[in-house]
Design a protein around this ligand. Structure first.
Ligand SMILES: C[S@@+](CC[C@H](N)C(=O)[O-])C[C@H]1O[C@@H](n2cnc3c(N)ncnc32)[C@H](O)[C@@H]1O
Length: 493
């Protein structure tokens, strides 16, 4: 890494004696100045008052902070700021120090032990929500979004936030799943924060009867008419129900969903799973990420450590299995989560699936898995899927390695073809390759605005389907019967 010129260090010191300490980590004077400003504002807002003096209850005079207390308070704040600058200079992510980060338009709590949400993820999630919320789309009465590997809960929160911009006619149910209790604690804090906020953000309720805050009606519908249900659940998506369960460890997803009486069918499955191979983690992941963000969130376990029915999908609920085996498609140590995720998506009968990936090679491997799970359409999205033709700079902001990727040089501006594909898989948008999107059936295709030969028929079919798309207990009951049948077949009963 090039050394910072002395003249810049001197300029920084002249601006503020605390600034030079931030130059190493920020590599840029204006960025360092911004970070210092944010840290200072953060300290100013901290409730760092000196110990309160006993109140004189006999007078109603306005309480003034005595001068020596003001001085003490200033000293406490200066010490706090110095401490934060020191931590930042050692590489602690700014978001852990400030305690929040923006994800799209939403400000979310974040903290140590949980991955900091990335704006690159936010842009693809917002794009998906904008496609789905298109007023021409007929959506089920309750749109269900399952987020696997939820972390702070950023994905389902943003999806719901974007959805309700235009779709007040439907309800929204979200379920975020994670194996980490730190992540679930943070996601739940974020949920409570949204629930406390005034009606504009007051979207997320854990049950239909709790919704009585400002802007909410008693029946759980928000002021704009859409009912929103939000939940987080502790579960391990790499755990198999057919293996002995260990006490005090998270249950397999489907078992946990049944136990918590969550519905078995979900319209959309989204996941930003751990996807960096151990090798890439060692060699290409930024030191600041490796040193401070949880490895659990970034690197999948070795496939040999998880049940083979999970790593290969063979012997799971998936009924049809083509000649092509998973082994011939996916061979990278970073790919462990994709088969289990697609398998879950197939089980919950998702019509649309979005999974984040590291680079174009991983995207192609993952895209090729889709047909094994009954997905009929697939597309690779870049960071800005709605950007079509201008030259684009590849984003330097992602913490993930872009090894082997055609986009591997951050900051370099390239000219991109408007219509692109790799191995016949369409790649859309601008920026780095970010995710793979699958869809199934007329409904999935219509929601993503995919033109098909019988597109006009699709739209009218989709409208005609609406009554049967609002699920009933009978519908869910049928699933349980199917699941039991399949489970008993699997066990050879
Ligand atoms: C890359 S982070 C994504 C977090 C969040 N969705 C985001 O975009 O910022 C991956 C998450 O997967 C969780 N995770 C790791 N292994 C898991 C498993 N076996 N089952 C469920 N979640 C898991 C981690 O705890 C972590 O929160």
């Amino acid at each position: 890494m090039p050394r910072i010129a002395n003249s810049i260090v001197r300029r920084a010191y002249a601006q503020d004696p605390l600034l030079p300490a931030l130059l190493g980590v920020c590599r840029d004077l204006s960025l360092a100045a911004n970070e210092l400003r944010w840290l200072r504002e953060h300290v100013d807002e901290l409730p760092l008052a000196p110990a309160p003096r006993p109140l004189n209850t006999s007078t109603r005079r306005k309480k003034r902070i005595p001068n020596n207390d003001k001085h003490r308070l200033r000293k406490i704040k200066e010490a706090k700021l110095r401490d934060l600058v020191k931590q930042r200079s050692r590489g602690t992510p700014l978001q852990y120090l400030l305690g929040t980060e923006f994800f799209g338009e939403l400000e979310l709590k974040c903290g140590r032990g949980v991955l900091v949400p990335r704006q690159d993820t936010a842009s693809t999630i917002a794009h998906l929500a904008r496609l789905i919320r298109d007023p021409r789309n007929t959506l089920p009465n309750e749109l269900r979004v399952l987020d696997l590997c939820t972390g702070t809960g950023c994905i389902p929160f943003l999806f719901g936030h974007e959805l309700r911009e235009t779709r007040h006619d439907i309800s929204y149910r979200m379920l975020g799943v994670d194996v980490s209790t730190d992540a679930l604690t943070l996601a739940t804090k974020n949920l409570r924060r949204f629930q406390r906020k005034p009606s504009s953000s007051n979207l997320f309720n854990t049950s239909t009867t709790e919704a009585k805050d400002d802007g909410e009606r008693e029946d759980g519908h928000n002021a704009k008419g859409a009912k929103v249900l939000a939940n987080f659940m502790w579960a391990d998506i790499l755990n198999s129900p057919f293996e002995p369960q260990i006490e005090n460890t998270p249950l397999p997803l489907m078992s946990a969903m049944n136990l918590a009486r969550h519905p078995p069918f979900w319209d959309i499955v989204i996941s930003n799973p751990p996807y960096i191979s151990p090798d890439a983690y060692r060699k290409t992941t930024a030191r600041s990420v490796r040193g401070f963000e949880p490895r659990l969130a970034l690197v999948p376990p070795h496939p040999s450590t998880i049940p083979s029915s999970i790593s290969t999908g063979v012997g799971s609920y998936t009924t049809s299995w083509p000649e092509k085996t998973i082994d011939t498609i996916t061979q990278d140590a970073g790919d462990t989560f994709y088969v289990p995720i697609l398998n879950i998506a197939a089980q919950v009968e998702a019509k649309v699936v979005l999974v984040e990936v590291a680079d174009v090679e991983q995207a192609v491997r993952v895209a090729r898995l889709g047909e094994n799970f009954g997905f009929e359409g697939v597309e690779i999205w870049r960071d800005r899927p709605d950007d079509t033709d201008e030259a684009f700079p590849s984003s330097p902001s992602s913490p993930y390695p872009k090894q082997h990727s055609q986009d591997s040089s951050p900051g370099i501006t390239k000219k991109r073809e408007t219509k692109e594909s790799k191995n016949d898989i369409p790649i859309v948008g601008a920026g780095n390759v970010r995710c793979v999107v699958f869809w199934r059936g007329n409904t999935g295709a219509a929601w993503l605005g995919k033109e098909t030969q019988n597109d006009s028929i699709l739209r009218s079919e989709s409208h005609a389907m609406q009554p049967s798309m609002s699920r009933t207990d009978k519908f869910d009951g049928r699933y349980h019967a199917d699941a039991l049948l399949l489970a008993s077949k699997w066990k050879g009963l």
